[in-house]
Ligand binder design. Structure first.
Ligand code: BYC
Length: 481
C-alpha cells in the first residue's frame, strides 16, 4: 500500500488499505447508502444537480494533496485519508509518556476514546445541516463554491471519524456510526451533541463568523487530538487539519470582505460616523456595530465548545494520552502536569476572579486561551481594514464571561466588557450586545442571490484572488437547468 497516494478504484477512496480489510470495507460499504441519503436529505438544498468546481483530496503529500475539478456534489469522492505514519512515534504526554503509541485501542480508555471520536464526528454533519439553506442566497458563485467546498469536506471529516468507529470499536462503533446519521442539528428530540451545533446559521455573515470562530474551535480540538497517543486518531486528525485551514480562510476573508465593502461605501457616501445606521443601511451594506454584535454572538457560542473551565474529563483525556494540548510537541514542561497550576477565570461569590487551578484540571481553559489568542489576531487584521479607510471604529472580542451557557459564567449575566449585570439589565440591553430582530431582518433583506460569474452582492467586496488562481469571472458553479 502506498500511504501517500490514494486508492481511487473502489467505492471509498482511501489510503488505509481497505481492500485488504474486508470486514471494515463491508461495514463502510453498508454505511455508505445511509450517508448518501443523509446528504440528499440534509446537504445543500436545491444544489444536488449543480456542477461545482471543488477540491478533492487525492494524496496526503503536503506538497500536492488535492486536485480541482467540476463535480456534482453527491458524486464527490468522500475518502478516508490518514497522514503518513511517523516511525517510532512515542506518546508525548500523560502517564504513558515515552511509550510507543497505540495502534489498537487500549482497553481501559476505550469508552473515553469512543466518546471523543463520536463528539468530533457529530459536529461535522451538524455544520452541513446548519448551512443547508445558504446556497439559495449566496452573494456570488465564488462564495457558493466555497460554501460547498466546506460542506463536502465536513462530510469527509464525518467519514474520517466513522472509519475509526468501524475499524476499532466493533458493534458499538457501528451503532455510533448509525446514530451520527440520525441526530439532526436543532431537532427537539434528536439534537446534535454540542450546543453551538444546534444553533441556526441564518445568513452569510453568520456563515463567515461560524467558519472563522467555530471552525477554529475545530482546528484547536483537532490539534489537541492530533497529539493523541492513539496513532490512528492522530493520523486522521492531522490530515483533517490540512482541509480545515481553507474553512477558516473562508471565514476570515469573508468577514474581511464584508467590512471592506461597508467601509468603502461609507467613504464614498461621505459618512464618517459608524453609528449612523440609518444612513449606512441605505447604502445596502452591513454597519460595523451589527458586525460587532454578530461577532459577540459567534465568539461566545464557540467558547462554550471548550467545555467547563475545570474538567475531570479533560484531565483524564490528557493523563491517559488520548488528547494533548495545542502544540504539545513544542511545549517545554514535563508533559505530565501532575504538579503545577494554570490561572483560571472563575465566578466566585458573584465576582469574576483569577484563581490558580491544578494544571491537569484546567486543560479546557488552556486550550480556550490558545484559541482566543488566535481569534485576537484575526480581529486585529479586520481592524486594519477599518483603519485603512480612516473610520474610527474597532472590533473587539467580548469578555469570556459574556453570554455563556457552559462553565463558570453560565450562571451570571455580563455585558461584553465582563461587568456582571442583573437579569433585568440584560433583558433591557440585550439588543445592544447581540443581533436584534431588526438587525436580523435587515441582514435578511440583503440576502439576495448573485448568480452571474464575476458579480457580487452589494454588501460584500470581491476576493483579492480566485480559488485555484482562477480569473474573477470564472464560473465556479454551473447551475442545473
Ligand atoms: N454543549 O467535563 P466537561 C469542529 C458536556 S468543532 C453541550 O467540561 P469536556 C467543527 C460534556 O459533554 C470541535 N454539552 O466536558 C467546527 C460533559 O457531558 P457528560 C469538535 C457540553 O469533555 C465547525 C459535561 O458537559 N470536537 O470540529 O472536558 C464545523 C461536562 O463537561 C458542552 C471536539 O469537541 C457543550 N458545548 O469538554 C465542523 C473534540 N461542553 O459527558 C466541525 C472532542 C461540555 O458528562 N470533545 N458539555 O454527559 C472534547 O474534547 C470534549 O468533549 C469537549 C467538552 C471539549 C467538547
Amino acid at each position: 500500500m502506498n500511504i501517500v497516494n490514494v486508492d481511487y478504484d473502489g467505492l471509498i477512496p482511501n489510503n488505509v488499505g481497505l481492500n485488504s480489510d474486508p470486514r471494515v470495507k463491508a461495514a463502510l460499504e453498508k454505511w455508505h447508502p445511509g450517508y448518501i441519503n443523509w446528504w440528499h436529505d440534509m446537504g445543500p438544498e436545491g444544489f444536488q444537480q449543480a456542477i461545482v468546481y471543488l477540491r478533492t483530496a487525492v494524496s496526503v503529500d503536503p506538497k500536492g494533496w488535492a486536485k480541482f475539478d467540476y463535480v456534482r456534489m453527491p458524486e464527490y469522492k468522500w475518502g478516508i485519508l490518514l497522514a503518513p505514519q511517523v516511525e517510532d512515534r512515542k506518546i508525548a504526554f500523560g502517564a504513558h509518556k515515552g511509550q510507543p503509541v497505540w495502534q489498537e485501542v487500549p482497553g481501559e480508555y476505550r469508552a473515553m476514546l469512543r466518546r471523543l471520536i463520536v463528539i468530533q464526528g457529530d459536529t461535522e454533519p451538524a455544520s452541513v445541516e446548519q448551512q443547508r439553506y445558504l446556497g439559495k442566497t449566496a452573494p456570488s458563485l465564488y462564495d457558493l463554491r466555497n460554501l460547498f467546498q466546506v460542506n463536502v469536506e465536513e462530510g469527509r471529516h464525518l467519514w474520517a471519524m466513522v472509519y475509526l468507529l468501524h475499524k476499532y470499536f466493533g458493534a458499538e462503533g457501528r451503532e455510533e456510526a448509525e446514530e451520527l446519521l440520525i441526530r439532526r442539528s436543532g431537532d427537539a428530540d434528536t439534537p446534535r451533541m454540542l450546543g453551538a451545533f444546534n444553533e441556526e446559521t441564518p445568513d452569510w455573515l453568520s456563515f463567515f463568523m461560524f467558519t472563522f470562530f467555530t471552525d477554529r474551535d475545530g482546528k484547536m480540538q483537532l490539534e489537541a487530538l492530533a497529539q493523541s497517543g492513539f496513532d490512528p486518531l492522530s493520523r486522521t486528525t492531522r490530515f483533517m487539519l490540512t482541509e480545515e485551514a481553507h474553512h477558516m480562510f473562508v471565514g476570515e476573508t469573508g468577514v474581511g470582505r464584508v467590512i471592506d465593502r461597508t467601509c468603502s461605501e461609507m467613504k464614498k457616501a461621505g459618512i464618517d460616523d459608524p453609528n449612523n445606521l440609518t444612513a449606512i443601511r441605505k447604502l445596502g451594506v452591513i454597519d460595523l456595530p451589527t458586525i460587532q454584535r454578530k461577532l459577540n454572538l459567534h465568539y461566545s457560542l464557540t467558547l462554550d465548545l471548550f467545555g467547563n473551565e475545570i474538567s475531570t474529563n479533560a484531565a483524564n483525556a490528557f493523563h491517559s494520552g488520548m488528547k494533548g494540548r495545542f502544540h504539545e510537541d513544542k511545549l517545554s514542561d514535563d508533559h505530565k502536569l501532575e504538579s503545577g497550576h494554570y490561572p483560571v477565570l472563575r465566578c466566585l461569590n458573584g465576582k469574576i476572579v483569577n484563581e490558580d487551578a491544578p494544571a491537569l484540571s484546567a486543560l479546557n481553559m488552556r486550550l480556550r486561551d490558545d484559541y482566543t489568542k488566535e481569534c485576537v489576531g484575526g480581529v486585529e487584521r479586520w481592524n486594519k481594514i477599518i483603519e485603512k479607510y480612516g473610520i474610527s471604529f474597532r472590533l473587539t472580542l467580548p469578555h469570556v464571561a459574556f453570554h455563556r451557557h457552559i462553565g463558570e459564567f453560565a450562571k451570571v449575566k455580563t455585558d461584553p466588557t465582563g461587568t456582571i449585570i442583573s437579569e433585568a439589565e440584560w433583558e433591557k440591553r440585550r439588543d445592544e450586545f447581540l443581533p436584534s430582530n431588526s438587525d436580523r431582518e435587515y441582514i435578511e433583506s440583503l440576502m439576495k442571490p448573485e448568480r452571474e460569474p464575476g458579480k457580487f452582492a452589494s454588501w460584500i467586496s470581491p476576493p483579492k484572488v480566485g480559488i485555484d488562481n482562477k480569473p474573477g469571472d470564472f464560473e465556479y458553479v454551473k447551475l442545473a437547468g
